[in-house]
Design a binder for this molecule. Sequence first.
Ligand SMILES: [Fe+2]
Length: 242
Amino acid sequence: MSTALKLSKLELWPTVVWGCELPDHVSHNATMIEALEQERLRDPAGPPERSNPNDWQSRKSLQDLPAFRPLMELVVQLVMGPIQQHYRWDTRDRTPKIECFGNFNGPGGFHRLHNHAGSLVSGVYYCHVPENCGNIRLHNPHKLMQVNVEPPLMGDAGNAASVFYTSIQPQVGRMYLFPGWLAHEVEPNRSNAERVSIAFNVSLAPKGAASGIRSGDAQSGASSSGKRLSRRERRARRGETS
Ligand SMILES: [Fe+2]
């Protein structure tokens, strides 16, 4: 006699990566690339600390320039809409703060493994992507799985539960948003042209407060936000209801 098993399956701590296309991106891209070129002429050295050490990156101050307004408005719309609803954040007393910066990666250019510690939501938007200019790799945050010796995967059948990272091919006009703590890198640009992308960090600051976002190093996992949760918030994050 066989007895059917009543098997339960609880999927814990999912990591959601949101994707979206910027409407009218062809015209917006021309405007944004022109603004980035101007910024590179004005500040050719860029910031000393950056994830693409061999290439140019702007200062994290593009968010208020008119050229980037449509992109910034879409980012806010997504964070304060579907993403806020997904996490059930209480945003009644919060206001979004964004910092935005641009990247030109020439042939051979890459972004080393890093995260955006202190940023609630981070993301990237693609203005110009020559063929083979480098995929973004999002690394599996379940780092301890790497200490186990697991059996090989069945061909290409690895999924998000078993792979160490997921590679996404960039597309012009498309953006991805993900938790700021999620480690990621960009493969070397194997084309003969520049890859142009725009990155952003979003925090939800108490109304009237200044933003405190800093990018971090994925290896150290350092956070520079300095923000502390209240006891009630910590208990809520632990799933404790009383
Ligand atoms: Fe990044």
